[in-house]
Design a binder for this molecule. Structure first.
Ligand code: KIV
Ligand code: ZN
Length: 536
């Protein structure tokens, strides 16, 4: 046992790759400010390793990883890892990005399946073995902590894997990760493969073995658990299971499976499970990727009971239909009975209980928003406060700020919106537009000011709590019509869903502008411009 009471043999290291494999989800682009906020939250959650990005992908990616290494990679914080293909150039960039972390790790990978070696790499088996030896040793010349992944391991010849992994250990790898890159394997097969590799690879007892599964056939969690049962002690996972195509194994499912079934697994993690819901919401808000309502552990329905028989059982004893409690995953039930007469002190204490340390100007700002909400809503719940904090304090740097919004609609009528935005150089633009409905009119008016061609690919509205006065939450995803068609997510919350819709669209546009740059299309020198457009 170590000082925290964790037995090293039974400890599963949680390697979070939300910011690397997760960010590879279509439309999951994150600004560097959002990446830092997520990395801080992952550290609070208690992950052992953060894979912060792929530094060779672009100068922005390198800078994002470097900031996380510097700001989150403290001596008592997580290991900060950078991904690199097995090339000197990639490894140099990964090291440059992570070297400021107290505990840096380089993760290098090279494909080992015949199909990848022949068609993608155009390399022979011998060349792959030699490249593995050279590049693991090269990574090791910078850093004591080196992870190696044979990409597409689960479609590779298992005996060839033993050879490559043995060479990686000889060259200095300290963690060996076995990726099911295309989500092809089944639990029995993955467990058997892991067992074979651990026992047959020379030096296999000196390294940590790791699982990394994709969810193309819906088996990522089951496969990862099978790998852990077979002896792996690191799980590569993402929040909400986001990732390439159908995604990666979800962190919350692995952690709660190990915690809920101790007799089955006898394995532990250092995760503070009460942070799971908050982390899930943050990742969903920032990426614009909604969590499906029936998602295990963090879905909106994960703790809802609809059938009469179930409700009756629950009223008699919670354990009749619940194997975990909402409190276990940080889904607090308390209603905040702070009304408009409540003071700043009580509000601050509640924020602290929810994990937000706020002082000075930030506290003032949060308190103003809380009071505005308490004026409109009878009870302000913890979920309301979290949405309000996300809305006010997280999200991209604002290029354009919403200063005012007015909408007229009805039947019969022409839905009309007037929008006022404050843009670069403090220029204020006011614009009115007619749309097919109020949200369309708002978006048309915003488009006339910001004028970056894009397509709205997803628009969702949901109520954060029950009741007619509930806070409405809107999530959108937009795709830029030029510059490679990248997708960006945005989020907004307000008691008025039209205002929430405007905030969500503006936050997606701000993210697009922050990541891809802004060219001012607004009229030259206009301090206050009024333009009227129609949807035609
Ligand atoms: O799925 C995969 O093969 C990967 C590797 C880079 C580890 O993400
Ligand atoms: Zn992957």
């Amino acid at each position: 046992m170590d000082e925290s009471g964790v037995s090293p043999e039974n400890h599963v290291r949680i390697f979070d790759t939300t910011l690397r494999d997760g960010e590879q989800s279509p439309g999951a682009s994150l600004t560097s400010a959002e990446k830092i906020d997520i990395a801080r939250q992952l550290a609070r959650l208690g992950v052992d390793i953060i894979e912060a990005g792929f530094p060779a992908a672009s100068p922005d990616d390198l800078e994002g990883v470097r900031r996380i290494a510097h700001e989150v990679g403290t001596p008592d914080g997580p290991i900060i890892c950078g991904l690199a293909r097995a090339t000197r150039g990639d490894i140099d960039k990964a090291w440059e990005a992570i070297k400021d972390a107290a505990k840096p790790r380089i993760h290098t990978f090279l494909a080992t399946s015949d199909i990848h070696m022949k068609h993608k790499l155009r390399m022979t088996r011998e060349q792959v073995v030699e490249r593995t030896r050279d590049m693991v040793a090269y990574a090791r010349s910078f850093c004591d902590d080196v992870e190696f992944s044979p990409e597409d391991a689960c479609r590779s010849d298992p005996d060839f894997l033993v050879e490559v992994l043995g060479v990686a250990i000889e060259a200095g790898a300290t963690t060996l990760n076995i990726p099911d890159t295309v989500g092809y394997i089944t639990p029995d097969e993955y467990g058997a493969l892991m067992r074979k590799l651990i026992h047959e690879t020379p030096g296999g007892d000196r390294v940590i073995w790791s699982v990394h599964c994709h969810d193309d056939l819906g088996m990522a969690t089951a496969n990862s658990l099978a790998g852990l049962v077979a002896g792996a002690r690191q799980a590569e996972v993402t929040i909400n299971g986001i990732g390439e195509r159908a995604g990666n194994t979800s962190l919350e499912e692995i952690v709660m499976a190990l915690r809920t079934r101790p007799n089955m697994f006898d394995l532990t993690t250092r995760i503070d499970t009460t942070q799971l819901t908050r982390t899930s919401r943050m990742v969903s808000n920032f990426t614009g990727i909604m969590v499906q309502p029936n998602k295990a552990v963090v879905g909106a329905n994960a703790f809802s009971h609809e059938a009469g028989i179930h409700q009756d059982g629950m009223l008699k004893h919670q354990a009749t239909y619940e194997i975990m409690t909402p409190e276990d995953v940080g889904l607090t039930q308390s209603n905040l009975v702070l009304g408009k007469h409540s003071g700043r002190h009580a509000f601050r204490v509640r924020l602290q209980e929810l994990g937000y340390e706020m002082d000075g100007e930030d506290l003032n700002q949060a308190f103003i928003r809380f009071k505005e909400l308490a004026d409109k809503k009878k009870t302000v719940t913890d979920a309301d406060i979290e949405a309000l904090i996300a809305d006010e304090f997280y999200g991209p740097e604002e290029v354009f700020h919403l200063e005012g919004i007015q909408v007229a609609c009805g039947q019969p009528g022409m839905p009309t919106a007037t929008i006022r935005l404050r843009g670069p150089d403090d220029r204020v633009c006011t614009c009115a537009a007619i749309g097919t409905g109020p949200v369309d009119a708002v978006y048309q008016a915003i488009d006339q000011i910001i004028a970056v061609p894009n397509t709205l690919v997803e628009y969702r509205v949901s109520a954060i709590t029950e009741g007619i006065d509930a806070l409405g939450e809107v999530t959108v995803r937009i795709r830029r019509d030029e510059n490679g068609g990248q997708t960006f997510g945005g989020h907004g919350a307000d008691t008025d869903i039209i205002v929430a819709s405007a905030k969500a669209y503006l936050s997606a546009l701000n993210k697009m502008l922050a990541i891809t740059g802004y060219q001012d299309h607004a009229p030259e020198g206009a301090a206050a411009t009024i333009r009227v457009g129609t949807s035609t």
